[in-house]
Design a protein around this ligand. Sequence first.
Ligand code: LLP
Length: 444
Amino acid sequence: MTIAVLPDMPADAGELSVWPASTRPLPHGGLSVGGVSLTEIAERFGTPVYVLDEGEVRGRCRTYRDAFPDADVLYAAKAFLSRAMVRWVQAEGLGLDVCSAGELELAVTTGFPPERIVLHGNAKSPHDLEAALRLGVGRIVIDSPSEIARIAAAVGPGGRQKVMVRVVPGVSAGGHDKIRTGTEDQKFGLSLTDGGAQHVVARILGQPRLELTGLHCHIGSQISEVKPYLVALRRMIGLMARIRDTHGVVLPELDMGGGHGIAYRPGEPALDLTALARRMRTELVDGCAAAGLPVPRLAVEPGRAVVGPAGVALYRVLAVKHTGENVFVAVDGGMSDNPRPALYGVRYAPRLVGRHSTAGPRTATVVGRHCEAGDILASDVPLPGDIRPGDLLAVPVAGAYQLSMASGYNLVGRPAVVAVHEDTARLLVRRETLEDHRRRDIGA
Ligand code: LLP
């Protein structure tokens, strides 16, 4: 399709700063991403629809590879997974972090090399472990003592599985209490301070069916500072030195997890990846030298920062209600496709697309269509005062933890996912239909 881009359109570069780099203004208030008009996507595929900019995803993978040339970069599949995503990540040279048999099977059946996959989870089911061993997953990250015997039994005589140990380094970081995982008041990992991690390490070293390749930690998510990573890194090196002293074993790998923060609205801070990579490398090299350890192979596990800014959610306005001082703009999606505002109080910056409005801005609350007062997508956002049913709203930075956390609430059905790249749009994941619900409910 051909698109007339206005090169000297009034600059709203600031407003578009959190949008995919390929975003361009079009005449009459339109916007294109990946060379495709968002209005045309909404018309062709219906709404709500999630648009993923393939070039943005791939570009972000390359940014990671360039920033961390000596490390393994494992994309955290929980942020968003589809077969196309698996292929893009693989083509860009990343590994994968998965946390269920479902994510693992999708990746491997799409052709992703299992040895480049790490399996996480604080409570791995028998099915997760069976799939991991059957498919030949690269590493299993042990999160509790009972897993040692379970994995060893599943491996069987003569077999050997590479494992890591998830450690809680005692560092508090993250955008919300629910996504802070670096301290001992939460369910993940084994304590560095009470001897829990050391104890599990000792038991794994005594189990011939398991090969301990290294330590892992993930301190939290949506972190915008480098400092907590450096503190965690220092403590992990300290533990590696103690393991060497106690057992005479030098672990070759260190996985520092993900959590790299991004801006959801213009002006919000994002983690500086180049600074993170440089300072982590320095800390690692210096810390290991001081401890007399060889430098282990580093791994990082970004999810959000790879896919979040590559996604745009498109909704159709269904109703506009003026209640007292409030303007409620109700759209055809909501907490079933994006539970993040309700869960973490996250703020988004939606905007009108596809119509040029001369009306002044009014503060509005964008709400979903679900049967709950808490079904709010964005509160206190400026939208044109003449916003009306039929208008199209676009929410940027919608690529991570929205569809992957989507639910079947009210049987509304999960939205379609469309990829845009080099002026073309293609359907990746079709919309969930009533027929899908009918099939699952066997009617007994
Ligand atoms: N590695 C491990 C072991 C993790 O648990 C996670 C995320 C990541 C890597 C990737 O973190 P990221 O780079 O994406 O921040 N639903 C929440 C986020 C939960 C994160 C869970 N673990 C949200 O919507 O903000």
